[in-house]
Design a protein around this ligand. Structure first.
Ligand code: S3P
Length: 416
């Protein structure tokens, strides 16, 4: 286990870019693997999660070439692999791949690390079975590893019981190989990457009031530049907002639907923050913050940003309530528990009330904290450490490799 020591202080100044969007990266690799021909991708996330998906599409038979930040993927004829396909820590990887593989006429096994083996898979097993998939897991098919005997899917209308872009994406990927149209109806809109990218790459997919409907088909080969990941930009946005004298520009951050809720929440708290929709540049300057209420309807648009927004809330005047964030219990860790325990160890007043997370403003103390193997907890603690009254050590720091291997390097660059 590695530890990362963070001394308090700033200011943070300068421009930087963050890794390519993780959600987009997974989807682009899978669509390229399904396309008959060679697709070219730049700006792919350099984290381990996406590296696992890349290895999986390669193992399934896609040709992969990497040179100078350009990834070429030649897809079109995928086939069975001996032994399990390993997604590492990636919930998005396993759930989206389950949908894709359910449609392909061979047998696959999907597995991941300890955290993946604890996370609920019935949310994708149920809709795939409703489409006729032969898929099973352990513990009543609620958990990975998942065994998928692919092919023979029927188009369906699936009313998703939860606001989850992973579930929507899984069903739409399966729909590409079904015998008719497949519709996903969502109770609340979630990030739109699957339908946006499918439409851009030649799939007949339509989103409207009644849900998202995909027709069976295959994407055409494409070129795509992956935009910067808003979830990673959020660490610098909060850090720049709370560390006195800071001014940071994060370049080329994705600005599409249901992804940048953290920008609205920070603005509402009084942050000096602008997101230029044309360039994607996100500019944040330090300012004083006030507590707010984050409504349940906002949560799908900032679901991964709650731990770092909790840091902003602890630096604000008054109380902040994140309503209806129960889904955080089934992320890489139970993030209601890990946000409370780790920020709590640094002196923050964080409590869980039912499905709400409540944070009351107050000072951070330097402390020894633990990532619990969760990249977002590690990085949120590092941001809190910048405004603590003494040094902080984050153990289990290697978790950041999941999504942002050079976070520490970028932090030092902004403090130079
Ligand atoms: C993701 C969707 C979200 C998010 C995850 C990435 C995606 O999960 O937490 O990090 O790429 O579809 P849910 O859809 O389960 O909320």
């Amino acid at each position: 286990m590695t530890a990362f020591a963070v001394a308090p202080g700033g200011p943070l100044t300068g421009r930087l870019s963050v890794p390519g969007d993780k959600s987009i990266s997974h989807r682009v690799l899978m669509l390229a693997a399904l396309a008959d021909g060679t697709s070219e991708v730049t700006g792919l996330s350099d984290g381990d999660d996406v590296a696992h998906t890349l290895s999986i599409v390669e193992a399934l038979g896609a040709g992969v070439e990497l040179r100078d930040g350009l990834v070429s993927i030649t897809g079109g004829s995928l086939g069975a692999v001996d032994g399990p396909l390993y997604v590492g820590n990636s919930g998005t990887g396993i759930r989206l791949l389950a949908g894709m593989l359910a449609g392909l006429s061979f047998t696959s096994v999907l597995d991941g690390d300890e955290s993946i083996r604890r996370r609920p898979m019935d949310r994708v097993v149920d809709p795939l079975r409703a489409m006729g998939a032969d898929i099973s897991g352990v513990d009543g098919s609620t958990l990975a590893p998942l065994t998928i005997d692919g092919g023979g899917l029927h188009g369906t209308e699936y009313v998703s019981p939860m606001a989850s872009a992973q579930v929507k994406g899984c069903v739409l990927f399966a729909g590409l190989s079904a015998d008719g149209p497949t519709t996903v109806v969502e109770s609340q809109p979630t990030r739109a990457h699957t339908e946006e990218l499918m439409a851009a790459f030649g799939i007949d997919v339509k989103a409207g009031q009644g849900g998202v409907t995909v027709q069976p088909g295959r994407p055409v080969p494409f070129s795509h530049r992956v935009a910067g990941d808003p979830s990673q930009a959020a660490y610098w946005a909060v850090a720049a907002a709370v560390v006195a004298g800071s001014e940071v520009v994060v370049e080329n951050v994705y600005s599409g639907p249901v992804r940048t809720g953290f920008v609205d929440v920070l603005a509402r708290m009084g942050a000096d923050i602008e997101h230029d929709a044309d360039t994607g540049d996100l500019t944040v300057r330090a300012s004083s913050l006030t507590g707010t209420v984050v409504e349940a309807a906002e949560v799908p648009g900032l679901v991964d940003e709650v731990p770092v927004l909790a840091v902003a809330a602890a630096c604000a005047d008054g109380e902040t309530r994140f309503c209806g964030v129960g889904e955080l219990r089934v992320k890489e860790t139970d993030r209601l528990a890990t946000t409370s325990s780790e920020l709590g160890a640094m002196g923050a007043r964080v409590r869980v009330e039912g499905d709400d997370l409540v944070v009351v403003g107050g000072p951070f103390h330097g402390a020894e904290v633990e990532s619990h193997g969760d990249h977002r907890i590690a990085m949120a603690c590092a941001v809190a450490a910048l405004v603590a009254d003494g040094p902080t050590v984050v153990s289990g720091w290697e978790a950041v490799d999941t999504s942002y291997p050079v976070f520490g390097h970028d932090l030092e660059g902004l403090r130079a």
